[in-house]
Design a protein around this ligand. Structure first.
Ligand code: 3PG
Length: 416
């Protein structure tokens, strides 16, 4: 038992049907019907292999998110093929989630066999819009179609989906109400690593916050600053631009319009408040970069032309952040410094990522863009810990109890 949650060490799984929720949500190439990345599938292999080796009938549930406003959900069929290859053993797949065909396939499983169900989000109760609109309690989630149809076929439930631990959906929080529940190996590793770093970070502890996911970033800053976890926060991307705007700095009308168009105007006020309280810990860019006719341009703050859209931090900022990272003992990273996907605006992200690889401090990265940048620069093996979760890691860092952690604690009570 760790953190009030049972681990697989305590589970007797031989001959049992185990419902295992994994997060293998990956970017998909729809035209080719293939996955653009497989890091999350690789990460759940130890749990799946262990359950199968220990003689469980393994039923995997997973979602494959959508890139367009929660529409166009995609099948998990390609994931089954990748998992089968990584495991070197058969992974059955069925184009059903909890209907008669899925239930029949579950009943037919033999000890050690593995079955991946189709995308759980084909069931509307699993969709994030549904979650946000209806706010079902965990007890109510236990009465949803998915749980009512699948739980009677299973002996126990395992959650290995730390990357989805911030979601409050039946496949993640409903089964723990009715089945003895455990966390999988990946969940255990991720939760332990981020908890330890958060509880007692080796100092100085520096946060690098960039990217465009603003609401969670601001919540998280409040927590890590007020609790004294972060000694410094280095800002870039949209986070940096919002702070600069809050302090009345010229960042170019295109940058400001982008903030307003994205409805992030309210964060300018929040940035003012945070800066007033913790200004000495919040480090802002000293120069910015933009792209003109395909060429990178830079200017120090105070000399930024009024009509540009900033796409990166400037090279002085990148060097300043590099030095901060090199002297840190713990570094949490979420979000790139700019639009690193295109060459003229990748300098800031590239330099910061190289510093993360070079520092002797322990680095923890999370989030889709952060992982993509790590892969782009080939630095994965030089990072301390790459968390599969983006939203889940940030939500954890905001200090909230994650819904899945709460549910698993409840499910631990049902274990004999
Ligand atoms: C993620 O990618 O953050 C998790 O898989 C959760 O996906 P979602 O944002 O589509 O719920």
């Amino acid at each position: 038992m760790r953190f009030g949650i049972k681990t697989l060490d305590e589970a007797e799984v031989r001959g049992k049907t185990v419902l295992c929720r994994v997060d293998i949500n990956q970017p998909v190439d729809r035209a080719k019907g293939t996955l653009k990345s497989i890091n999350r599938i690789q990460a759940c292999v130890p749990t799946v292999r262990e359950l199968s080796d220990r003689g469980a009938k393994v039923v995997l549930m997973a979602h494959q998110g959508s890139d367009i406003e929660y529409k166009n959900f995609y099948t998990t069929k390609p994931h089954a093929a990748v998992l089968q290859q990584l495991l070197g053993r058969e992974v059955k797949w069925i184009d059903d989630v909890c209907g008669p065909a899925a239930r029949e396939a579950i009943r037919a499983l033999k000890d050690g066999e593995i079955l991946l169900l189709d995308n759980v989000r084909f069931v509307s109760e699993e969709q994030t819009l549904f979650e946000m609109k209806l706010c079902l309690t965990h007890e109510q989630q236990a009465k949803t179609l998915l749980v009512e149809k699948l739980a009677p076929l299973a002996d126990l439930y395992v959650c290995d989906a730390f990357a989805a631990a911030h979601r409050d959906q039946p496949s993640l929080c409903g089964f723990e109400q009715v089945l003895p529940s455990y966390m999988g190996r990946l969940f255990e590793k991720e939760y332990c690593t981020v908890s330890q770093v958060m509880e007692a970070p080796v100092r100085p502890c520096v946060f690098v916050l960039g990217g465009a996911k603003i609401s969670d970033a601001f919540l998280m800053m409040n927590t890590v600053l007020s609790r004294g976890v972060a000694d410094k926060i280095l800002t870039g991307g949209l986070v940096g631009n919002i702070f600069l705007t809050a302090l009345g700095k010229e960042i170019g009308s295109g940058s400001v319009n982008f903030i307003l168009k994205s409805n992030y105007g309210e964060y300018i006020e929040k940035a003012k408040e945070l800066y007033a309280q913790y200004g000495e810990k919040i480090v802002l860019p000293v120069d910015l970069a933009w792209v003109e006719e395909g060429q990178r341009r830079e200017a120090a703050l105070g000399q930024v032309p009024g009509d540009i859209t900033s796409l990166d931090v400037g090279s002085k900022t990148a060097e300043m952040y590099r030095q901060e990272i090199l002297s840190a003992k713990t570094v949490f990273v979420n979000g790139p410094m700019g639009v690193f996907e295109q060459a003229p605006s990748e300098l800031g992200t590239k330099a910061v990522w190289q510093a993360l690889a070079d520092t002797e401090g322990f680095t923890v990265l999370g989030g889709g863009d952060s992982i993509t940048a790590t892969e782009k620069y080939g630095l994965a093996s030089q990072m301390g810990y790459i968390c599969t979760g983006g939203g889940a890691l940030i939500r954890f860092l905001t200090g909230e109890e994650l819904p899945v952690v709460k549910a698993l604690r409840h499910g631990a009570e049902l274990c004999k």
